[in-house]
Design a protein around this ligand. Sequence first.
Ligand SMILES: Nc1ncnc2c1ncn2[C@@H]1O[C@H](COP(=O)(O)OP(=O)(O)OP(=O)(O)O)[C@@H](O)[C@H]1O
Ligand SMILES: [Mg+2]
Length: 281
Amino acid sequence: MLTVKNLSFSYSKKPFITCMNFHVERGEIFGFLGPSGAGKTTLQKILTGLITTYDGSVKLDGIECKEHDNHFYENIGVDFEYSTMYEKLTARQNLEFFSSLYAKQTVKIDEILADIGLQNDADKKVSDYSKGMKSRLNFLKALLHDPNILFLDEPTSGLDPANSQLMKDMILQQKAKGKTIFLTTHNMADATELCDRVAFIVNGGIKALDSPHNLIMRKGAAKVLYTYYDKHERLGECLLSQISEDNVLANLMKENRILSIHSSEPTLNDIFIEVTGRTLQ
Ligand SMILES: Nc1ncnc2c1ncn2[C@@H]1O[C@H](COP(=O)(O)OP(=O)(O)OP(=O)(O)O)[C@@H](O)[C@H]1O
Ligand SMILES: [Mg+2]
């Protein structure tokens, strides 16, 4: 679906993205993870044909992004980082206007407003929407023409837990329909939950690229840590994968001497810090 070969781009004379290469399969949810200023939105602008002054090749569904015509946008949906709605119009008027720009049949506006919980606010002006409501409406704009490829820039940013879950469920519904989804986020938990593969982006470069599971496994296996009583409190540990073979632990459990037990799995955040030396914030 996407092939990036020797991509280089800079806003100034100083190189920013240099010789980037990667490939994304049809139907994947692919995540760009990186701290602020890493180049995630820049990359999304290149992939969506908004920045055309790059070197190298970026082919989306067989089309070189910098050579796209307007038909290109019939097949992709973009949820921009910031609200792109007309504030003086209502949500419904905005969605009707943006629907009218597409040549193809668009989805039913009342249905998608209900899917994301905005059915009772459809006739409210966007200027009266909260940040989270605008963020959900912006996402709907990307779905209007039922595109095969979605670009979502920080889709869960600023949402409360219930709306964040609603958004994630809708993203997974799109994946179930066979859509290819590009997602940028600072949120490692969302990336682990949603993405088939993720790229760690720092300073305009990819520092690692794999499935969240494989990246987490790089750090080593999950451990079980326990405390037990032996005259005074002591600490023990074993690998989670070898817990059934650990006779010391088995005997402590039989003798009822375990005081506490918990497992510790590395998270994608731990791996990000290890690989890039940076935190996500
Ligand atoms: N139009 C522009 N002109 C010049 N520099 C720019 C422009 N847009 C972005 N930059 C710079 O490019 C770098 C990458 O910005 P970008 O918006 O791609 O980061 P990001 O990873 O999306 O960050 P965030 O997580 O904060 O959204 C930053 O140093 C930014 O200042
Ligand atoms: Mg950004």
